[in-house]
Design a protein around this ligand. Structure first.
Ligand SMILES: [Zn+2]
Length: 138
């Protein structure tokens, strides 16, 4: 393993804007993920965790960049420092009550693209959970 030094250019600016956007919501979410990982680790002794996968819905109100930033901040200096957080963003999905067509809603346009009906129901996009943990056997 070798180390390299990452120079801070635009990355630093991105971090700073993530910090400004970071709310208690993302921080408490990051904390909940870490506690979930702790619990998983306790039940699987001798297993090395390398990655935790998260599903974040468009409607969950969580900013993925801020969440990643908060997570990295909280794990720094802990046993989870090398754990990668992978976020799968889930788009808003609507189902049409008239023709049963399912579609991902762009922006806040919720009318059915197939039949034009506007009687549609939100069936996805509110996900906010740990989907998987990638492990490495020692
Ligand atoms: Zn329809």
């Amino acid at each position: 393993m070798y180390k390299r030094r990452e120079m801070l250019g635009t990355d630093a600016a991105e971090c700073w804007s993530a910090l400004q956007r970071l709310s208690m919501h993302e921080l408490s979410m990051a904390d909940a993920i870490i506690r979930r990982v702790d619990a998983e680790a306790a039940s699987r002794p001798g297993v090395n965790f390398v990655k935790v996968g998260l599903r974040v819905g468009e409607l969950s109100g969580v900013n993925s960049d801020a969440l990643t930033f908060g997570f990295e901040m909280l794990v720094k200096g802990t046993r989870w420092e090398h754990l990668t957080l992978e976020i799968e963003n889930c788009p808003r999905v609507q189902r049409c009550n008239a023709c049963s067509h399912e579609f991902s809603a762009e922006m806040y346009e919720t009318a059915c693209p197939r039949c034009g009906g506007d009687d549609t129901l939100c069936i996805g996009g509110e996900e906010l959970d740990v989907a998987y943990i990638e492990v490495e056997d020692q």
